[in-house]
Every structure is written in structure tokens, then in C-alpha cells.
Ligand binder design. Structure first.
Ligand code: HEC
Ligand code: HEC
Length: 478
């Protein structure tokens, strides 16, 4: 099927009669987990294994919960409890989602800036090095050494899978086995389970949904260098094939205030110097890695020390840091960025609009996928179609067809067709499917006149350039 010149009016019609709804997925998506390779599956077993802490009871997922977009689900606490409950670290758990895209930690000579790495301060070069740390951190999984972790793996239910992937002897060699654990975790964290790209904003970029007026205003403010200026560090567009990640992976000191809840545990003098400690350079003191804003509505509290409870508070801080004394002094007064934030002059409505936009970044958005047919107008609306051809990857489209009068079996003419190069998110539900190889259009669910549900199949009439489809069957759904 060739992309036709789309009738803008009809496409707008198809959108307006399509009720958009947002539902959120809280469980791991079976579409994604079914597709895991053995090494990724092994990473999944390890990620959720509560036996690998001392005492037992804490897994990676304990602080990186799928329900909270792989951040800590304990929304009000700035820091997570370790396996030993009285022990806590000093930082807010970031989401493990999209961490796989962070480049290896490095200094860029051209820009004279540090980039990438894992953790708020970049102290692990990459995901594999990161994955080794929590097991031995006394404030986290609290094992004495690598051998203690590997001992536990020997009796794990998935020890067989471990040997299948890494060799029969692997669990007899502590170094090798511990390295394998980290690699398997990194492999799992690099899958679509963690990197779903299924937010409302992703569908918007694909031309499949409209943002509300307020969300759109928020996006404009987010991008505008003279307004929010957020995209300067959290880019909302991408020039590569992969959708935007909302971080440039650089480091900055925003002048984030101290968090009294952390001082109460760690002492009033506690200061987190961030990147400065890692690279041993005072010019980097107080700088933390720019985090992704994907799923940000689900990962409160905010900033490296969790000092802000709500998104509105975080945005308000950017807006009035330098004009409202309520924010107090920065945790680290050196190197504070005074050029790009602090006095944005945004109205209260503008702050609300940015927050509304940030809420469109949560994965698991489900646009309406149900096809509709209206007898009065003869219009068959397909808000989302996945298209497959032998050569190409599955892409998305939306279409409107119109029943042709007096045809039997019924024929439908394509009146609107909008194609996008973006892949159909794996959690999009039962989506009508078109195969350009055999011309079949399968519609698992079509609602007629808002009353009854049917399932239908149409076949494209070959050898015509009018894009006419003939009904093969229309059956009621029980
Ligand atoms: C007790 C809670 C806790 C546990 C358990 C835990 N983490 Fe974390 N995780 C954190 C915190 C807190 C940070 C940030 C620490 C820092 O920046 O110093 C973090 C950071 C990370 C990051 C870096 C993300 C980024 O954007 O920089 C990844 C990835 C990650 N954890 C994965 C894991 C894996 C894999 C495991 C299991 C082996 C695990 N975590 C176990 C709390 C935890
Ligand atoms: C100069 C670069 C820069 C600009 C501009 C910027 N940010 Fe950030 N952003 C950061 C850094 C760095 C952090 C982490 C700081 C910390 O933890 O102390 C951060 C953290 C955040 C967080 C908390 C993330 C989390 O996981 O806890 C939110 C929300 C946020 N930014 C939104 C925005 C919005 C909205 C704007 C525009 C009004 C904006 N940022 C502008 C660099 C920037």
C-alpha cells in the first residue's frame, strides 16, 4: 500500500471521533518478557531474586520497582532502606529504565565536560560495572564479598539457566560468575522491558495522538530557550533513529538545596559533592548527572537527594530559585549554574503547563486502538494499524475507509492514510494489522455504531490504484 496524499480534514476527523484514553501498565509486559534471549532471561531472574542480599529479602527490584518505572516505589522517602533495614544510603534511587543509553563515562575535550556513566555521580563507567556495586554495598544488598553472592547462585532455581548461558563450570569460578551476573543484568536492562518508548509523547511524535492544549503549551515552554529552557539539558528531540531520552548525559550543579531528612540521618554537616569527589576536582563539586525525564511522574521524590516531593515543586524551583528565599542555600555553593535557570519568569499557569507536559512522558500509554464503523456515514475508522511487509519492520499507521454504495460483498475505499516510521510499541494491545505482502487487513475488534463488537477481515483488491478493500468476513464477537 502506498502512502496516499492524506486528506487533512479526514485525518482530523478520524482523530476527533477517536476517544483517546490513557491506561497504565504496572506489571512486566508479557509481550516483552516472552521475547527475552537466555542471557536476558537470566538477568531477569537475578534482578528479581530476593535471596541475593544479606539478610535475604532485597532484590534489585526492591529499589527499582517495575510499578514505579524501575525507581523506588517508596514515594515519600528520599533514600531507600537496605537489606539491613536501619541502613540507608544518601541518594534517591534513580529509575533503571533508559540507563542503558548512557554512554561510557568520559571527559569530552571539545566541550570540556564530563559525560555519561552510571549513578548520579558517574562513578560506574557502564551498566556492567554498575550492576556489581549493589551486591556489596552495606547500605544495599550487603554481601561480604563476591564469593557470598556466587554461593547463593549455586542453589538458585535458575542455576541451570546460568550454566546453560555461561558454561557448566561458571559457578565454580567466583570472578567469572560475578562478572557474568553483572553482564546478564546489563543485558536485561538493555531490553524493551526497561526501555519501552511507549509514552503519550512517543505516540505524539509518531503523529498518532494530539497533545492537549495545555500539554502542547508545556512542550513549547520546555523547548523555548527564553522560557523554560529545559531542553538545553533534557533534549525533547533526537536526530538519531532512537526517540529522545530527555538527557544529554552531562553534569551540572543546579544549586539543589540540602534535604533535611538526609541530614537527620547522616549528620548536619553532611554534604554530597557529587562528580567532584569522583574526578577529584573542586571545579566539578556539586554536579550531578542530568537524569532522563522519561516516567518522571512516577518517580517522586526528585533530585539526587530527593529534596522535592512533587513535580510542581521541582519546576517551581527552576523558576524561582534566585527570586524566592524559601529554597534556602544550595547544598554545594560552588559551581552553581546561574546562566540557564533560577529566574525563568514563568507564570503559575506556565509552570502547570510544563508539569502537564512532563506527565505525557510516562510509558504504558494506550491510544485508542479499537476500530469503529458508523452505518450512517459508512466510515470505518482505524486509529492504529500495524503494517508488516517482508522487508520492513512493523510500523504504525492510521486510516479511514468509506463503504462504497451498492457493493456486495461490501467494498471500502481508502479515504485517509497516515503512516509513521515509528515501531508499534509492544504494549499497544490488539491492533488491526495489515500485511502489504498478501494485502490482508485483519481487524480483531471493530465497534459498530457504539453498540456491538465484531471481528473483521478485509482484502485489498489487487491491481487497482484506488486502494479498494473487499470485506472477507464480519463476525460478531461473543
Ligand atoms: C537499597 C536500594 C537499592 C538496591 C537494592 C539496588 N539499587 Fe540501584 N540504585 C539505588 C540508588 C540509591 C542509586 C543511586 C546511587 C548513586 O547515584 O550513588 C542506584 C542507581 C542505579 C543505577 C544507575 C541509574 C542511573 O541512571 O545512573 C542502576 C542502573 C541501578 N541502580 C541498577 C541496580 C541493579 C541492577 C541492582 C541489583 C543488582 C540495584 N540497582 C540494586 C538503589 C538501589
Ligand atoms: C543546565 C542543565 C539543566 C536544565 C536547563 C534543566 N535541568 Fe532538570 N536537571 C538537571 C540536573 C543536573 C538534574 C539533577 C540535579 C540534582 O540531582 O541535583 C536535573 C533534574 C531534574 C528533575 C528531577 C529528576 C529526577 O529524576 O529526580 C526534573 C523533574 C527536571 N530536572 C526537570 C527540568 C525542567 C522541567 C527544566 C526546565 C524548567 C529543567 N529540568 C532544566 C539539569 C538541567
Amino acid at each position: 500500500m502506498n502512502a496516499q496524499t492524506t486528506s487533512k480534514v479526514l485525518f482530523a476527523l478520524s482523530l476527533s471521533i477517536t476517544k483517546l484514553c490513557a491506561a497504565e501498565t504496572t506489571q512486566l509486559n508479557p509481550h516483552e518478557t516472552n521475547k527475552l534471549t537466555p542471557v536476558q532471561q537470566l538477568g531477569k531472574e537475578i534482578f528479581f531474586d530476593e535471596n541475593l542480599s544479606s539478610p535475604r529479602g532485597q532484590s534489585c527490584a526492591g529499589c527499582h520497582d517495575p510499578k514505579a518505572a524501575f525507581a523506588d516505589a517508596g514515594l515519600s522517602a528520599p533514600v531507600s532502606s537496605g537489606a539491613v533495614e536501619s541502613r540507608t544510603g544518601t541518594r534517591n534511587a534513580p529509575p533503571a529504565g533508559y540507563a542503558a543509553f548512557s554512554p561510557v563515562f568520559h571527559f569530552d575535550n571539545e566541550e570540556s565536560l564530563y559525560f555519561g556513566g552510571q549513578f548520579w555521580d558517574g562513578r560506574a563507567a557502564n551498566l556492567t560495572e554498575q550492576a556489581k556495586k549493589p551486591f556489596l554495598n552495606a547500605d544495599e544488598m550487603n554481601n561480604r564479598n563476591e564469593a557470598e553472592v556466587v554461593d547463593k547462585l549455586r542453589t538458585a532455581s535458575y542455576a541451570g539457566l546460568f550454566k546453560q548461558v555461561y558454561g557448566l563450570d561458571v559457578l565454580n569460578n567466583t570472578n567469572q560468575a560475578f562478572q557474568a551476573v553483572a553482564e546478564a543484568l546489563a543485558a536485561f536492562e538493555s531490553t524493551p522491558v526497561f526501555n519501552r518508548f511507549s509514552s503519550k509523547y512517543d505516540y505524539f511524535l509518531a503523529g498518532q495522538v494530539e497533545l492537549t492544549e495545555q500539554e502542547h503549551k508545556g512542550l513549547d515552554l520546555f523547548n523555548d530557550a527564553n522560557k523554560g529552557n529545559c531542553a538545553a539539558c533534557h533534549p525533547s528531540t533526537s536526530d538519531s533513529k532512537q526517540p529522545p531520552l530527555f538527557t544529554d548525559f552531562s553534569y551540572d550543579n543546579l544549586g539543589t538545596p540540602k534535604n533535611p531528612a538526609i541530614l537527620a540521618k547522616k549528620g548536619q554537616d553532611f554534604v554530597d559533592l557529587g562528580l567532584g569527589t569522583i574526578v577529584n576536582n573542586v571545579n566539578e563539586n556539586g554536579k550531578f548527572k542530568v537524569p532522563t525525564l522519561r516516567n518522571i511522574a512516577k518517580t517522586a521524590p526528585y533530585m539526587h537527594n530527593g529534596v522535592f516531593q512533587t513535580l510542581r515543586e521541582a519546576v517551581d524551583f527552576y523558576n524561582t530559585r534566585d527570586t524566592d528565599s524559601k529554597w534556602g542555600v544550595p547544598e554545594v555553593a560552588e559551581n552553581v549554574n546561574k546562566d540557564e535557570l533560577g529566574n525563568l519568569n514563568l507564570s503559575s499557569d506556565e509552570v502547570d503547563a510544563i508539569v502537564a507536559f512532563l506527565r505525557t512522558l510516562s510509558d504504558g500509554y494506550h491510544p485508542e486502538t479499537t476500530a469503529h464503523f458508523t452505518t450512517g456515514t459508512g466510515l470505518l475508522t482505524l486509529p492504529l494499524i500495524s503494517i508488516e511487509s517482508n522487508a520492513a519492520k512493523t510500523v504504525m499507521a492510521s486510516a479511514v475507509l468509506k463503504e462504497m454504495e451498492g457493493t456486495k460483498p461490501s467494498r471500502y475505499k481508502l479515504v485517509s492514510w497516515q503512516e509513521s516510521k515509528v515501531a508499534v510499541p509492544s504494549d499497544a494491545g490488539a491492533v488491526p494489522h495489515f500485511s502489504s505482502d498478501n494485502g490482508m487487513l485483519e481487524i480483531p475488534l471493530v465497534n459498530v455504531d457504539g453498540e456491538a463488537d465484531f471481528t473483521a477481515q478485509l482484502k485489498r483488491i489487487s491491481g487497482n490504484n484506488d486502494n479498494i478493500f473487499e470485506l472477507v468476513y464480519l463476525k460478531p464477537l461473543q
